[in-house]
Structure formats: structure tokens, C-alpha cells
Write a protein that binds this ligand. Structure first.
Ligand code: ZN
Length: 458
């Protein structure tokens, strides 16, 4: 048996996205790094990289080329050959990265003096991180047993000039701003098949107050400020160093959005995670008590790093009670209760693997919605919008000819109160809501086998 083992990929595996995470371990004790040589199908070497091994484990991020990719892993005297295939999905349903520049702004984002804050670099960072979120989504779907399903990201980050001035943006309520930008982006476009992942260039931290900041997602748009864009990587090889960057943020001149960690790595983790969370809302996800759609998104770095020691953050593995930073949530949650029906934890799972798997995860309801979502599947157009889901309020009855897959009841703040999933049952045509649960102010969300979604406010 080979002493280099890959745990989340298999030989000849086909990927629908290009930036991938490879996890594995080595069964030999050696102080060296693992070396990865990446070849194209015709034997041309594309890249060579070195990755550290910590307690026998390693994690690698690489960019696949279209077609066959030959990978050669080398550690001590051991060599492992693996072939991975990258085949893009053919779909009109995409996520489009966007950089929004105000009418009277040059598009330079706030950053330390020596940092390249050009429009070009902003777009490079946004495109790279959109692909990281695409990969993270797939990894977390895989961990829930749905395979590596994810959305398609458009190649180029679009640069859009808004008609709004900086001053107007600073004075606008975030929700109004979201509405305005959504209208500007979708004007004359076929917005039915596009989700926009947009960033506002003009976000400004004056040392005490934050202006032009927004973090909102829903419908066809997830919109963000760029206050912490300076902590994001521009190249794949900078991803890990950015997560591990413990430099303190000088809050006199720069925004610290790190969930009280105060360093660059914390800012990158929290802001990348919040982009992921808000993008989740555009895919019709509500809030869960834990995970990506809860406050687990502060800990995205755990998926990439090998050693928690490198991250200045307060994780208390002995007692899984986590403080949630978001307002209008209950103060603490008990992870144990939420995970009671999660039985895929192995005895010898180390704490960081455990955290990466269970703190940063999709709840079963979220993963089920995504697995039947139009952006995650290649359904034929004729299945679109036909035989939609019906709700007969008098009888609390949901019906669908395509088969119901997920039914959820959500509170006003989007928190999922009840979730029913029929992932393996492709002929669930009716569902009666328990009368005692159908209260005023609660929204019913239902999804059918072709990703058609009903939202009904009780
Ligand atoms: Zn949210």
C-alpha cells in the first residue's frame, strides 16, 4: 500500500471546477515537505509546489487545467501518481463576480500604503476568492454525502460604474443600497440565470466609523463592502499565507472585521466566510443554528490550515459552546445538540479536522436545498417553472407534480425553525404542514426535484 494517501479525492476523479483542495496523510515519519508536480496530458510540467506536512497530514490547493491533469506526489522515498480531470459544466446558470465603482471614485480600495489597491488587483482577488467559495461549497456538499456539487463561476470579474456618488452611498441604508445596485446590475440583463457577487470599491473606514459598508445577500445579488479586501490573496500561493498572517490590524487606518481576532488572517477568514454566507442566501438558504449559514463562517481558515496554533482565535474544543457575534441571535449555541444526528465523526478525528468538518458545514436542510438547486444541476429547460409547487392555505397542503424535496418553515429573521428533507424520495407529491407549526409571520419555503422554489408568507 502506498504510504501517501489522499482522503478527499480519488484517482480519475472528474471535477466541474478548477480550483481544488487536496487533503491527505503520509504513513512515514520524515521531516521533509511533500512535493507536488503537476503535468498536462501530454507530459508538459505545469507547476511544482511544496507543501508542509503537520502531524502526518497535508492540504494542497491547486488549479486544474481543462482536460486531464497528471499529479505526482513525492514524500521522502514514496511517490504517488494520480490523474484528475477538469470538465466545465455547460449551464446558463452562473455566478458573476462584479466590482462596483462609484460615479466619482477611482475604484481604489482602502489598503495599507504598500498594497496594490488598483481596480485590476481588486478584480484578481475577487475572482480568486469566488473560486475558493465555489470549491468550499463543493467540499462541504461532499462531506454531507451529496458529491462535489457546486455552482459555476464566470471567468471574468465585471467592472461596473454605478451612477451613485460616494457621498450618496455613504448616506444610504444598506438595504436601499442593495436594491439600487441590484436594479443597476440587472437592467436589461437576463438576470434569471445570473447571481451577482458584487463588491463596492468605495468602502471607507475613517478610524472610528465605517462608510459604504454592506454585507447582504438574497435574490440575484450578494453585495459587500471592500473594507478588508486588503487581507485577501491575489494568487493561489498566497491563500494559506493570508489565512496565517498574524499581523495586527492598525485600526487607526484600516478596518478590522475579524470577529475580535484583530489580525489580517482573522479578517480574511471572517470576510471570506461572510461572502460565502451571503451568497448562500442568494441560493435561497435561510439561517441555521450552526455552520456556514450560522456563525461558523468565521472559521473558514480551518479548512485550509493544518495547525490551529497558527491562528489567533479562541476555540474551546473541550466545550463546544460558541459565542455568536451576530446580533439578534441567541448568544450561545450548543453544538452538541445540533449535531446529535451527525454520526460521521470518527473516533480518532483530531480537533482541527473535527472543527473544520462540523463548525463549517452545511446543515442538512441547506445541503438538500443546494443539491436540487438550479445553479447546482443541469436540468433541462422544459422543467423550468412548469408544474410549480402549490400551497393551499386552508388545508396547510403543499403539492408538487415534480416531487417535493425540501420543506422549511422560517422565522422573520430567516432562521429555519423546521426542515423536512425528502432527498431519496422522488415521488413526494403532497405534504401537510403540522397545524400547530403554521403561525403568522412564518415563511414556508419548498423546493421540488427541478429546483423550482415556492416562498409563501403565512
Ligand atoms: Zn445571513
Amino acid at each position: 500500500m502506498n504510504k501517501i494517501r489522499l482522503t478527499n479525492i480519488t484517482n480519475n476523479e472528474i471535477f466541474t471546477y478548477s480550483t481544488i483542495l487536496i487533503k491527505g496523510f503520509v504513513d512515514i515519519h520524515d521531516e521533509s515537505n511533500i512535493i507536488l508536480k503537476h503535468y498536462s496530458n501530454n507530459g508538459k510540467q505545469l507547476a511544482e509546489s511544496r507543501w508542509s506536512v503537520n502531524k502526518n497530514k497535508f492540504k494542497i490547493i491547486i488549479e486544474l487545467k481543462i482536460g486531464d491533469n497528471m499529479l505526482v506526489f513525492k514524500f521522502a522515498n514514496e511517490v504517488l501518481h494520480t490523474k484528475l480531470v477538469y470538465r466545465q459544466r455547460v449551464t446558463n446558470y452562473t455566478v458573476c463576480p462584479v466590482y462596483v465603482i462609484c460615479a466619482d471614485h477611482d475604484g481604489r480600495f482602502q489598503a495599507p500604503v504598500d498594497h496594490d489597491n488598483s481596480v485590476q488587483n481588486a478584480c484578481t482577488k475577487i475572482t480568486l476568492c469566488s473560486k475558493l467559495i465555489q470549491m468550499l461549497t463543493a467540499e462541504k456538499m461532499y462531506e454531507k454525502g451529496f458529491g462535489k456539487k457546486t455552482f459555476k463561476v464566470e471567468k471574468e470579474c465585471r467592472i461596473i460604474k454605478s451612477s451613485l456618488t460616494r457621498r450618496t452611498v455613504f448616506n444610504m441604508h444598506p438595504e436601499k443600497l442593495w436594491e439600487y445596485i441590484a436594479r443597476e446590475l440587472t437592467a436589461g440583463q437576463n438576470s434569471k440565470t445570473q447571481k451577482y457577487l458584487a463588491f463596492l470599491s468605495c468602502t471607507y473606514w475613517d478610524g472610528q466609523n465605517l462608510h459604504g459598508h454592506v454585507a447582504l445577500g438574497g435574490g440575484g445579488l450578494a453585495l459587500f463592502g471592500t473594507g478588508c479586501l486588503y487581507t485577501w490573496p491575489s494568487k493561489l500561493e498566497e491563500v494559506l499565507p493570508c489565512f496565517m498572517n498574524m499581523a495586527k490590524v492598525d485600526t487607526g487606518t484600516l478596518l478590522d472585521d475579524s470577529c475580535f481576532r484583530g489580525n489580517f488572517g482573522g479578517c480574511f477568514s471572517t470576510t471570506l466566510g461572510s461572502v460565502w454566507h451571503e451568497l448562500g442566501h442568494t441560493f435561497d438558504l435561510g439561517h441555521s443554528k450552526y455552520g456556514i449559514m450560522g456563525r461558523g463562517f468565521d472559521n473558514v481558515h480551518l479548512i485550509f490550515t493544518l495547525d490551529n496554533k497558527n491562528i489567533a482565535q479562541e476555540i474551546k474544543p473541550a466545550n463546544k459552546g460558541y459565542i455568536i457575534c451576530i446580533e439578534n441571535y441567541s448568544n450561545t449555541i450548543n453544538m452538541k445538540d445540533d449535531m446529535s444526528n451527525n454520526n460521521n465523526t470518527t473516533e480518532n478525528e483530531t480537533i482541527d479536522e473535527y472543527d473544520s468538518k462540523h463548525i463549517i458545514c452545511w446543515s442538512m436542510g441547506c445541503a438538500s436545498i443546494l443539491s436540487f438547486h438550479k445553479w447546482f444541476n443541469d436540468f433541462k429547460e422544459e422543467n423550468n417553472n412548469e408544474h410549480k409547487i402549490d400551497y393551499v392555505a386552508k388545508r396547510n397542503l403543499l403539492t408538487s407534480r415534480n416531487g417535493l424535496r425540501v420543506v422549511q418553515l422560517r422565522r422573520e429573521d430567516g432562521l429555519v425553525m423546521h426542515s423536512w428533507e425528502f432527498v431519496k424520495n422522488n415521488n413526494k407529491r403532497t405534504f401537510i404542514l403540522p397545524v400547530q407549526l403554521a403561525n403568522n409571520g412564518i415563511t414556508i419555503i419548498a423546493e421540488d426535484s427541478y429546483g423550482n422554489i415556492l416562498k409563501y408568507l403565512l
